[in-house]
Design a protein around this ligand. Sequence first.
Ligand SMILES: [Zn+2]
Length: 81
Amino acid sequence: MHSGCEVCERLWREYAVAAASHIPLESKLLQAGRNRDFRRIAELNRRMDAALAVRSERRDRIRRHEAAAHEKGAGGGVEYS
Ligand SMILES: [Zn+2]
């Protein structure tokens, strides 16, 4: 994380939201497990997978931005987009 870079800050904020989005799903999954509600478990598993896919996609965006804007050799410029 590069302090002072607005793009980094925005990307990390979006990543944090995505990373937190599966937490309520986990407690629902636990509850569905207690109830042996297998249809609900399958549905929640799909939503967990989707949340994890979003999280890894956002992590990739951070990595690409850091490589493009902050790695040595990129001119040290800040990417505005
Ligand atoms: Zn940045």
